[in-house]
Design a protein around this ligand. Structure first.
Ligand SMILES: [Fe+2]
Ligand SMILES: [Fe+2]
Length: 466
């Protein structure tokens, strides 16, 4: 016999990484010292907390420029909805406010009715500053537990759940869930940012209609004559050649790379199509070098299973690395790079492609350039500080201490690279060649010649994970 659970109360507790936590803390401290915060944060009329909640025009995420927190919250909300198995929805932050609990302050039980999800992020949370507590929302059951003395400490019998706030921690729940905040018994302030999320309204552009007279139809420009202006079938343009020959081609006997030549049946048609498609920026930052010295852009094509390219990569990985994988996304990306002014280094930022929450990941790259355009390929590196070829703790710590080590939107070319990285070797580009390697290896786009001024460097990329 088994006992089934029929109702649940979902709750997400997620800690942000230490570097982002510190960035948010610095921004909030700056905001708290500002005149605006002095105006907006007021003691609540009937509570002991000071808050910007009662100033609806104040939005602490915007006022304190907390973009990192906004991203983290939206990503966590996506996870939350995945957990509810509700399917994707586009969410937005409806309200955000800051709560400052002085020693002795607490907050009575309430809920955030009217929103979809709510959350609290802790900026400062000294020891004993008070937990956020969610009592069992079924009142009848709470009374029953008291009356029958059947309260326990597990999921079936607990009367409440208390979550210890920690700096950098996010607690997210459905907005209906009643909760309260215990008394701050520490000597310092407890600072949290509360947010409500809702489903983003659909943005539909409605054409303006002139009343009275019928609006004259606007003449449409004839579409430009281009062989690629037509829709295309992905599987036809990126058709995989049958009878593939794969070969292990370890880079300097250290990096287990696999190469499949002539992976695509007709790389030329893929090149022509992708090279002519308008590409949007990738990792663009104001004041950065993208769109000044070079164009670093991306295209993304949706794929549908069964997909020949993914299936072939899956087979290769199973055969070579003995790992059963699935695609990370239902899409493949094209890295679209073109030089504007002189090249400033031989390779892009060394990095790894490890994504969270997978146990293995393999990077799959298909080169799309023509023979006469091919130059360089993909390079692999050793992180000098630890001597490691793969993502390790010294690297994680080094990036935390100096975020300029990591790939950002500011520049494609790394500064001081030779102090930090040892170039180990590279796999050359070739039209239609597939390269696969485990994503934890440090790698980067390799540009030994000053090329890609006339036509972009085109690489198709997708990731297979386990
Ligand atoms: Fe609340
Ligand atoms: Fe990469």
């Amino acid at each position: 016999m088994s006992l089934n659970l029929f109702f649940g109360v979902p709750l997400l507790v997620e800690n942000i990484d230490a570097a982002t936590r510190d960035v948010i803390h610095a921004k909030v401290s700056r905001y708290l010292a500002s005149e605006r915060a002095g105006r907006d944060i007021r003691p609540a009329a009937e509570e002991s907390v000071s808050t910007s909640y009662y100033k609806p025009e104040a939005q602490v995420l915007k006022d304190a420029e907390l973009v990192e927190l906004e991203h983290f919250v939206l990503a966590s909300a996506t996870q939350f909805l995945e957990g509810l198995r509700l399917g994707p929805r586009r969410l937005e932050i409806e309200r955000s406010w800051i709560n400052v609990f002085k020693p002795g302050a607490q907050e009575a039980q309430h809920s955030h009715d009217g929103s979809l999800l709510s959350c609290s992020y802790y900026v400062e949370a000294p020891k004993d500053c008070g937990c956020i507590v969610m009592p069992d929302p079924i009142g009848a059951r709470r009374v029953h537990r008291e009356f029958t003395k059947t309260a326990g400490s597990d999921v079936l019998t607990r009367r409440e759940i208390a979550i210890d706030p920690q700096p950098g921690r996010l607690v997210m729940f459905e907005s209906w869930l009643p909760h309260y905040v215990q008394c701050n018994k520490s000597e310092q302030v407890r600072i949290s940012i509360a947010m409500n999320l809702r489903e983003a309204p659909l943005q539909v552009a409605v054409p303006k209609v002139q009343h009275g007279a019928a609006a004259a139809p606007t003449p449409r420009a004839a579409p430009a004559e281009s062989p690629h202006a037509k829709p295309f079938l992905f599987e036809e343009i990126f058709e995989v050649r049958p009878n593939l020959n794969l070969r292990m081609e370890p880079v300097r006997n250290e990096i287990p790379t696999v190469v499949v030549d002539d992976f695509l049946k007709d790389p030329e048609q893929a090149r022509a199509l992708v090279g002519a498609a308008p590409a949007a920026n990738w990792k663009h930052e104001k004041g950065g070098k993208n769109f000044v010295d070079y164009y670093d852009c991306r295209l993304r094509f949706p794929i549908r299973y069964p997909n020949a390219m993914v299936a072939a990569a899956q087979q290769v990985i199973r055969q070579v690395y003995q790992v059963a994988t699935r695609p990370l996304d239902a899409s493949v990306d094209v890295n679209w790079f073109k030089q504007i002014t002189g090249k400033r280094a031989d390779f892009a930022f060394p990095h790894n492609d490890i994504t969270e929450k997978v146990s293995r990941s393999f990077t799959c790259v298909v080169y799309l350039n023509r023979h006469d355009e091919c130059s360089g390929g993909t390079a692999f590196f050793r992180f000098k500080k630890s001597g490691s070829l793969v993502l390790d703790e010294p690297y994680t710590i080094a990036v935390r201490d100096d975020p300029r080590l990591a790939e950002t939107g500011r520049d494609y070319w790394p500064a001081r690279a030779e102090e930090i990285w040892e170039f180990v070797g590279a796999v050359d580009m070739a039209p239609g060649r597939l390269l696969i390697f485990p994503s934890e290896y440090f790698h980067a786009a390799y540009h030994p010649q000053n090329s890609f001024y006339e036509f972009p460097r085109l690489t198709l990329a997708f990731w297979m994970v386990a």
